[in-house]
Ligand binder design. Structure first.
Ligand SMILES: NCc1[nH]cc(CCC(=O)O)c1CC(=O)O
Ligand SMILES: [Mg+2]
Length: 342
């Protein structure tokens, strides 16, 4: 207690000090806490990222993400049906591409019948009411695991952007409702918008991974899509330095100018300050990606009995709402939806 405070409070009762403003009053009962609660998580806030794999009736658990599976397209359709029944608005798909199909330029992203596009067609045919979000980044398709074309040790920006824009059109043609490019190349939002419009996909939206940070929290995802053993070096020449915030605002501003409909911040929990800044600055639909490492942390601590996993999951998701998010990409989506329904 500092000296000033002691001087002004000397001899006065708590009521005199607070002048009757007792904030604990509204916390005294469950009904009043519910009445004044500022933020609430609903099923409408959830986007469920799912992993795809070739084959039929295949379901492989990801070691670093207990409870998360790579699914063949037929099973992904089944999960999409379950998600729609639970009221989850949208899915985001990520493929684990067969190694023999990966190459230096990620050319398989330009195959209209690649795993992602086959999944979009199958899901939209069976469950037209659920939103399908696809990523146009090259990393699942490259032999080096980078998000762009690699030449002489450099991720080549403009050539990558041209390829991503073509891939986005193929994804839209396969049924994707939202293109969400996670690659962080400069200029890709404008290029994707132009390409979509030119191909007649004016109504396909773009959710920009506008602020994607170079992060250690992507580890389990790289295991899930099989880039972990392939990736050499890091992604610091294209993702944002995790120490920077003003730069994140500039990235978002640029993507909005190029035509992004929605912004995403990734990872999530370590970047709540960025979410708040973008929401305040741009007042646009803003999303967080609670990434694989965040999921793994909560699951691992819970498995050890060190935290209550369900409560930590809900608390982390409400934190995104409090920070200004309109929705969250989370591997917990079906589990949360079940809990919210109960
Ligand atoms: N385009 C790459 C990409 N797409 C999705 C994630 C991470 C998702 C997660 O960790 O849950 C990443 C990051 C990376 O591998 O560098
Ligand atoms: Mg950018």
């Amino acid at each position: 207690m500092n000296r000033m405070f002691k001087a002004t409070t000397a001899g006065r009762s708590v009521d005199e000090i607070t002048e009757g403003r007792r904030l604990r009053r509204m916390r005294k009962a469950d009904w009043s806490r519910r009445l004044v609660q500022e933020n609430r998580l609903t099923v409408d806030d959830l986007i469920w990222p799912i992993f795809l794999i070739d084959g039929e009736n295949r379901r492989e658990e990801i070691a670093a993400m207990p409870g998360v599976f790579r699914l063949s397209v037929d099973l992904a359709v089944r999960e999409a049906e379950r998600a729609a029944k639970l009221g989850i608005p949208a899915l985001a798909t990520f493929p684990n591409v067969e190694l023999s199909l990966r190459d230096q330029t990620g050319s398989a992203i330009l195959d209209p019948d690649n795993l992602v596009n086959r999944a979009s067609r199958a899901i939209k045919a069976a469950v037209p009411e659920i939103g399908v979000i696809t990523d146009a980044a090259l990393d699942p398709f490259t032999s080096h695991g980078h998000d762009g074309i690699l030449r002489d040790g450099i991720i080549v920006n403009d050539e990558t952007v041209a390829q991503i824009a073509t891939a986005a059109v193929l994804q839209a043609d396969a049924g994707a409702d939202i293109i969400a490019p996670s690659d962080m190349m400069d200029g890709r939002i404008g290029a994707i918008r132009d390409a979509l419009d030119a191909a007649g996909f004016q109504d396909v939206a773009i959710m920009s991974y506008a602020t994607k940070f170079a992060s250690a929290f992507y580890g389990p995802y790289r295991e899930a899509i099989g880039t972990k053993g392939l990736l050499k070096g890091d992604k610091k020449t294209y993702y944002i330095d995790h120490a920077n915030a003003d730069e994140a605002v500039r990235e978002a501003e640029q993507d909005l100018a190029e035509g992004a409909d929605m912004l995403m911040v990734k990872p999530g929990l370590p970047y709540l300050d960025i979410i708040r800044r973008l929401k305040d600055e741009f007042a646009m639909p803003t999303f967080a990606y609670q990434v694989s490492g965040e999921y793994a942390m909560i699951r691992a601590a819970a498995a050890n009995g060190w935290i209550d996993g369900d409560k930590a999951m809900l608390e982390s998701l409400v934190a995104f709402k409090r920070a200004g998010c309109d929705g969250i990409l989370t591997y917990f989506a079906p589990q949360v939806a079940e809990m919210l329904r109960a």
